[in-house]
Write a protein that binds this ligand. Sequence first.
Ligand SMILES: Cc1cc2nc3c(=O)[nH]c(=O)nc-3n(C[C@H](O)[C@H](O)[C@H](O)COP(=O)(O)OP(=O)(O)OC[C@H]3O[C@@H](n4cnc5c(N)ncnc54)[C@H](O)[C@@H]3O)c2cc1C
Length: 644
Amino acid sequence: MTLRTTTDFLLYQWLDAESLNQRERFADHSRETFDAVFDTCERIAREKYAPFNHTVDTQEPHFDGEKVILPQATHDAQKAYAASGMLSAAQDYDIGGMQLPYTVEAAANAFFAMASVSIGSGMLTTGNANLLMKHGTPLQQEVFARHEFSGRFSGTMCLSEPQAGSSLSDVVTKATPDGADFEGDPLGPRYRLKGNKMWISSGEHELTDNIIHLVLAKIPGPDGKLIPGTRGISLFIVPKKMVNEKAELTGVRNDVALAGLNHKLGWRGTTNTLLNFGEGKYPVPSTGSGQAVAGAIGYLVGKPHEGLRCMFHMMNEARIGVGMAATMLGMAGYEASLDYAKNRPQGRPFIAPTLRADASSLPPEGAHSTLGRPGGGTGLGGKDAAQPQVRIIEHADVKRMLLAQKSYCEGALALELYCARLVDEQHSGTTESADDARMLLEVLTPIAKSWPSEWCLEANSLAIQVHGGYGYTRDFPVEQYWRDNRLNMIHEGTHGIQGMDLLGRKVLMEGGRGLALLAARINATIERAIQLPELAQHANDLGKALQHVGSATKAAWATGKPGDALANAVPYMQAFGHTVLAWIWLDVSLAVLAADSAKSTPAAAGRLGAAQYFYRYELPKIAAWLKVVETRDQTCAELPEEAF
Ligand SMILES: Cc1cc2nc3c(=O)[nH]c(=O)nc-3n(C[C@H](O)[C@H](O)[C@H](O)COP(=O)(O)OP(=O)(O)OC[C@H]3O[C@@H](n4cnc5c(N)ncnc54)[C@H](O)[C@@H]3O)c2cc1C
């Protein structure tokens, strides 16, 4: 199975993506236009990304004192991506977009993520420009967003600071009005920013003419002090190079300086930077006096103090993007380890039970196993060393590791595409269905971000295991996939923060409406599946899991104390995520069985096998996770620091 056969099945047989074409916004599209986009993306990913994934890992970005140097391959890939139109795929025709459904855009981007996740920096640029399309003024959209969509400029998101990561309320970057006429600038109210931003992806490079930073900073209150908490945070456009109203570079460099590059475990094709704003390295002339002074020029986006609300627009998209990246790294490892397992001869099969009935062929008690060792004679389990070796894919335990990867990664891909389909519903559905989609996305976004980050990373670990010692070397790609994927549990809200968001906020929002909507969808799948003998047992198991999640949610909050509930937010998120994935697999299985012609194909057997694996080996794990949740176990919370 290729990625394309999997996405085709999920989009056309399961999600009925073609039906989106009946909506006015997508009326010009058809399966043919969607397929043409996939053909192009598959080709660019194959030619410009995949061959250079190892190159960008070994030729890390470096600073020559003036510029950040990246491999030529990154420049070429970036150009090809921009030329494909993918940066503005979902945008309106009149700003150069293709008006593609987000579902199709997300599926098309999967090809790039699988080929080389760290070459692609399109996600941030598109997210940045999309945010401006929602919250920026028409001129900000024209000058900044439009040129990001064309690939002339690129974008970043600057939230984190050295002392403020998970806790953005502690941001101290300061924005003060730039002169008396600061509100008169056509590009937006003009401020001077001073502060340091840490971990900024794609914060410095020469890939584009300009870099458009979206920066969170605080405008001091009337007493000159920063307003505590997230309430005080505003959002600013800070271009690396100053531009005029026609989006032309003015030749003046803005006061944003690279303080250093971070040297990362993985994802090395993308620069990661510490940026100093407003320290005077590149003083910018004042509008009034014309005198060059320290302070990075930033144009306010939206209203003062509403920065985080605006930024969430970008963060939610970014979270689905992170989930997709994690998924595709898992998928890349799965394909590599599947290929390896089909070719690596090692060990021998068990001798048939009838032969083993002869007790004399068993080793004496206490003897060492000689399993699989050449020349070891007949070992425990009655293996015959005189027989030729088999390929490792013939061993049940290797199949277990492959099936685990398949169930994690194909399940996660289905989940991400389902969420992308909800985004389309939110933007183009009826008022009621759009609102339901919004609410479902609230609940599912922490899962869409975190579940693949944890389990597709586990898939990468299993891919290394399938390779044995070779997997632990740099001669095979799987160690890089694991290193690249290790990031995803950290950025865009750590695992712990996502767990607290889910249990502490999302399942409680609007009186638990998101959870109720999700439960209704899961129950609808159960009702259909229970009719089919092949799926009835899974349907029953899912019903019980759903009830268990519901009762554990109530039990976690029974005392009403956040400390009691949230001490086990991550185990809760793991159980919740596994239940969601079990639902996704059941729903996908219904589509497999509905496609009569496909029922007996290897692809169908693989999908139903992965679903069965998930129900038998994975779903039962939720009992252990939910036990500590429902008893509000305080083992971790209460252990005194000195006891560690
Ligand atoms: C490669 C890379 C790229 C990045 N790209 C960007 C980017 O482009 N833009 C940007 O703004 N940021 C970016 N980040 C920053 C990233 O979002 C932060 O690293 C992340 O939010 C965590 O912040 P921190 O590193 O300060 O860790 P901390 O917040 O110090 O967290 C450390 C640990 O403590 C836990 N923890 C913290 N607070 C709590 C709490 N209240 N309750 C329970 N546990 C808690 C966390 O879960 C984590 O396990 C990037 C990071 C990396 C590594």
